[in-house]
Design a binder for this molecule. Structure first.
Ligand SMILES: [Zn+2]
Length: 427
């Protein structure tokens, strides 16, 4: 365990870096890394890579070769920086995505201005999660500046496309073997869960499409065709009246916030029907109807049972009338993830929150997913959590902002957690 004096030295180095932290955060917010479509990624990764290089990290840059969204116009670049200690392990990896969602309407501040007002930093990405990425950089840097030496490795990655699934970012790096348990022990993702909250995982996502197949006929003689829209109705009715109430009774033991998101849900995402490739108004019987669903499932349910339950209802409704034909297509599956309760990473962050924020740390789980899934499912790294500055409620909103005090405090928390995970035993 690091001594109080060692902890104080690290905390003082963070405090002294306040202006540097703010400056880099503001510069990063001013680069409009908007996704979609993925603009200014090169500019942003140059800024981050150069900043890390100047601080003395070894910097690698990876373009997501082979991914369809990695194009000449919108290259998908990832930066990974390394600082080696006296031995390679343990390795703590800090990861932040640098892409942001479009600004949208309703701002009273410049979304790409990086303005500071009343102790808050404003702009798209201020909370989600450019400030968090900078906090991670200076947490690692404070440990180095304190001159205490580390026994393991610290890595920092700035990755693309989290907002669109992370396939060119964390998933790509994990698939290529750069972010896996063969070199990494713990991962902190500074997503904006707040200065006293550690997010240990998230629920599962199952997106699927059901197509009802009909038979085209003249609109004046509908009895000669099979209407795909009419045939979709009993299926929607069955899902709504039977499945939805059953899901509302299933509650996860994971501490998902907000509390309403602790239950399994089914959302109809879109519905579309008519003739393939035609205007909506045609003199014909609709021969196709497609519905897209978003099913959030619990770790206690699991994916197999989740899917089987839908297939069972579908087959039952189909069997009741020989003219009904449904085709189910899986669009995306994200399995639930949850860091082990006894992970030393969680213990280190909790002790650091007690010391810096002086409130009891709170463990939460996320209503939606983020890059943790790729670290766990592809990289095989279970000891992965999200902890970072900013309020989740402000992410993706107009006038997104982050409290500067929280930004500095979360930098301190991450720095102390790194110190406790990486301090030499004999120190
Ligand atoms: Zn985010």
């Amino acid at each position: 365990m690091p001594t109080i004096q060692e902890q104080d030295r690290v905390l003082a180095r963070v405090e002294e870096a306040t202006q540097e932290i703010l400056e880099l955060s503001r510069k990063l917010i001013r680069i409009p890394t908007v996704n979609p479509p993925g603009t200014a990624y090169t500019e942003a990764t140059d800024l981050i890579g150069d900043a890390l290089g100047k601080l003395g990290f070894e910097v690698e840059r990876f373009a997501a070769e082979g991914r369809p969204e990695h194009t000449e116009e919108h290259p998908r670049i990832n930066v990974v920086a390394t600082r080696r200690g006296s031995r390679p392990r343990p390795c703590v990896h800090l990861n932040g995505h640098y892409d942001v969602v479009p600004a949208g309407e309703g701002w009273t501040h410049d979304p790409f201005g990086g303005e500071i007002e009343n102790g808050r930093l404003y702009g798209r990405g201020a909370a989600d999660m450019k400030a968090g990425l900078v906090a991670a950089i200076f947490a690692a840097e404070a440990l180095h500046r304190a001159g205490l030496g580390t026994k393991g490795t610290i890595e920092i990655s700035a990755t693309a496309d989290e907002e669109s699934g992370g396939f060119s970012g964390v998933a790509w790096l994990a698939e290529k073997g750069r972010l896996t348990s063969s070199s990494i022990d713990h991962v902190i993702i500074p997503e904006p869960f707040g200065v006293d909250r550690i997010c240990t995982g998230h629920r599962g996502v199952y997106w699927f499409e059901i197509e009802s197949e009909g038979e085209i006929g003249h609109g004046s003689m509908p009895f000669l065709g099979v209407n795909a829209i009419t045939n979709m109705t009993p299926l929607l009715e069955a899902l709504q009246s039977r499945l939805v109430p059953a899901l509302a009774q299933r509650r996860t033991s994971m501490p998902v916030v907000p509390e309403g998101a602790r239950y399994a849900t089914l959302n109809i995402n879109s519905i579309e029907g008519g003739q393939a490739g035609m205007d909506p108004q045609t003199p014909c019987v609709a021969d196709r109807c497609k519905v897209i669903f978003d099913r959030r499932f619990l770790v206690e349910e699991g994916f197999e049972a989740t899917r089987r339950e839908i297939v069972d209802i579908l087959r039952e409704v189909e069997a009741a009338d020989p003219s009904r034909r449904y085709c189910l297509t899986d669009l995306m599956v994200v399995h639930p993830v949850q860091a082990p309760d006894d992970s030393p990473l969680i213990a280190a962050l909790e002790a650091a929150i007690r010391r810096v924020v002086q409130t009891p740390p709170i463990r939460v789980a996320s209503p939606g997913t983020y890059d943790q899934k790729h670290f766990v499912r592809i990289g095989g790294i279970d000891s992965c959590v999200a902890y970072g500055p900013g309020e989740l409620e402000l992410a993706h909103q107009p006038d997104e902002s982050c409290s500067i005090a929280d930004l500095i405090d979360s930098t301190k928390v991450m720095a102390l957690a790194l110190l406790s995970l990486l301090a030499p035993e004999n120190a």
